[in-house]
Design a protein. Structure first.
Length: 230
């Protein structure tokens, strides 16, 4: 069977870090058993310990990868956005999913069954090493970003997260809709919900205002400087 993706979905799939250094025809050949799933209501995609029988590329929406504490509290480990893949490392290890995955409402996924993907990969000499090298570079970059964030204050981590959500082009002002609840955002940057409110308050003198999930950044340059991003 051949994979039928529209142009936008194909661009999102091919943008996944693991595929960054491979040509279009090669990747689409690997994905010929993949399928698109739509999740209008969101919800749990898989739980920690489930068999890793597929991996995913986000075509639209968002996926929160989270761990549960002994008391049942969620800790968001990673937020996966459009054009990013997840759970691929588990299929290479023939393992089980190490985290839980929760979908935002309206998320669309490209689901790639592990068995046919790995079979086609084994038939192309050198391609597995190429994909794994691309994935390893992406993981190293993520690890570096995480280490960098841990060296900053909670207020700076919040500021950087908001800057990353803002459109890269445009003037010095920006508006954005927060894609996470405030509780999820607090977990994402490693602070408590109470600390998040205080961190938001500390950003107000820098021109950051909030109204529900709507965030306005009055001076991106000042915020970048405060966060040490320049």
């Amino acid at each position: 069977m051949s994979l039928a993706l529209d142009a936008a979905d194909e661009r999102a799939a091919l943008a996944a870090p693991m595929f960054a250094e491979s040509d279009r025809d090669t990747i689409l050949g690997l994905l010929d058993q993949a399928y698109v799933s739509y999740h209008p209501d969101g919800g749990l995609l898989f739980s920690r310990g489930d068999r890793a029988d597929r991996f995913f590329v986000v075509l639209a929406g968002r996926v929160n990868l989270f761990a549960l504490s002994e008391t049942g509290d969620q800790s968001i480990i990673e937020v996966v956005d459009k054009g990013e893949s997840f759970a691929e490392a588990a299929i290479f290890a023939n393992a089980r999913f190490p985290l839980n995955a929760e979908l935002a409402p309206g998320t669309r996924l490209l689901e790639v069954p592990a068995q046919p993907f790995l079979k086609r990969l084994s038939e192309q000499r050198g391609l597995a090493a190429q994909l794994l090298a691309s994935l390893a570079r992406w993981e190293r970059r993520l690890s570096g970003e995480i280490a960098d964030l841990k060296g900053r204050s909670p207020v700076q981590r919040l500021g950087l997260f908001l800057l990353a959500l803002a459109e890269p082009e445009g003037d010095n002002q920006a508006e954005l809709d927060l894609p996470l609840t405030k509780s999820e955002l607090a977990s994402r940057i490693g602070i408590t919900p109470e600390s998040l409110s205080r961190a938001m308050a500390r950003l107000r003198p820098l021109g950051v205002t909030t109204k529900g999930r709507r965030i306005e950044i009055g001076d991106r340059t000042a915020l970048r400087t405060f966060c040490g991003a320049d």
